[in-house]
Design a protein around this ligand. Structure first.
Ligand code: HEC
Length: 248
C-alpha cells in the first residue's frame, strides 16, 4: 500500500512539474504572452470557429478529426458538421484544407503548412504574436509583411477584424534605416484592440489544443489524482487521531 501511495505521489508531483515546464517553455524575446488556458473550453470553442472560418481555407489540421474536436470541446457533432466543415466531408474525417499544395505554392510562393503541430514547434506565444504583427508593406507581392516573421508569404487573414497596421520606422542613424519602432493602427477594424487580442488568444488556444488533444484529458485526470491524494491524507489523519486517542 505504501509503495502504491508513493507512486501516486510521484505521479502527481511529476504532473505538476510538467505543467509548470510547458508554461515556462513558451517564453522568449520579443514575444507577447498568449496566456491561453486549456481549462477555458469556451475560448477553444470560439477559436475552433475562427480557425475554420479564417484559416482552414489555406491550412489543414491533418491529424485531427472533426468528431474528436466535437467530443473534446463539448460540441454537438451535428453542429460541427453543419458549421465548421467547409470541405463537404463527414464529421469523422480529418480536418484537411481545400487547397492543393501546388496551388498554394503558385499563389503565395509557398504552400501554407499544416498547423497540427504548430503550437508544439513554435509555442503559443509565437503564434499569438505572429497573428498580431502583420502590417501593410507595398514592397511585398501581396502587400503584407510581418514583424515577427519577416517577408512571410501569408497575407493577414484577420485584417477586417484587426484593421490595417503600418510600420513606424526607428529614427534613422547615419542615413541607414534602423528597422521598425512599432506598429500603428492606421485604419481601425471591426474589433477594438482588446477584442482583437481575445480573438487571437482564442485561435491560439485552439491551436494549442490541436497540437496535443490528449493534454485536455491528462489535465482533467490530474485533478482527480490530487483530489484522491487529499482524501487519503484526510483519512490518514483521522486514523492517526483514532490510534493515538488511546495512547494519550
Ligand atoms: C490565404 C491563405 C492563408 C490563410 C487564410 C492563412 N494562412 Fe497562415 N500561412 C499561409 C502561408 C502561404 C504561409 C507560409 C508563410 C511562409 O512560410 O512564408 C502561412 C504560415 C502560417 C504560420 C507559420 C507557419 C510556420 O511555422 O512557418 C502560421 C502559424 C499560420 N500561417 C497561421 C495561420 C492562422 C492561425 C490563420 C487563420 C487566422 C492563417 N494562418 C490563415 C497562408 C494562409
Amino acid at each position: 500500500m505504501k509503495t502504491f501511495l508513493f507512486a501516486k505521489f510521484v505521479a502527481a508531483a511529476a504532473a505538476c512539474l510538467l505543467t509548470f515546464g510547458t508554461a515556462q517553455a513558451s517564453g522568449g524575446a520579443g514575444l507577447q504572452a498568449a496566456n491561453v488556458s486549456l481549462d477555458n473550453v469556451a475560448s477553444m470553442q470560439r477559436g475552433a470557429r475562427l480557425f475554420f472560418n479564417y484559416c482552414s481555407g489555406c491550412h489543414s489540421l491533418q491529424y485531427l478529426r472533426y468528431s474528436r474536436i466535437a467530443e473534446d470541446l463539448h460540441l454537438d457533432p451535428k453542429d460541427v458538421e453543419k458549421n465548421l466543415v467547409f470541405t463537404g466531408v463527414k464529421v469523422g474525417e480529418h480536418a484537411n484544407s481545400h487547397m492543393p499544395p501546388a496551388d498554394g505554392t503558385k499563389w503565395f510562393g509557398k504552400a501554407p503548412p499544416d498547423l497540427s503541430l504548430e503550437a508544439r514547434s513554435k509555442g503559443s506565444d509565437w503564434i499569438y504574436t505572429y497573428l498580431k504583427s502583420f502590417y501593410l508593406d507595398p514592397t511585398r507581392p501581396l502587400g503584407w509583411n510581418n514583424t515577427l516573421f519577416a517577408n512571410a508569404s501569408m497575407p493577414n487573414p484577420l485584417w477586417e477584424l484587426q484593421g490595417l497596421q503600418v510600420a513606424v520606422p526607428k529614427a534613422a542613424e547615419g542615413g541607414h534605416e534602423a528597422g521598425i519602432e512599432r506598429l500603428d493602427l492606421r485604419t481601425p477594424g471591426r474589433q477594438t484592440p482588446e477584442q482583437f487580442d481575445q480573438t487571437v488568444r482564442d485561435i491560439t488556444a485552439f491551436l494549442q489544443y490541436a497540437a496535443e488533444p490528449a493534454a485536455l484529458q491528462r489535465e482533467s485526470m490530474g485533478v482527480w489524482v490530487l483530489l484522491y491524494l487529499a482524501l487519503f491524507t484526510f483519512i490518514a489523519y483521522l486514523l492517526k487521531h483514532e490510534f493515538w486517542k488511546d495512547v494519550h
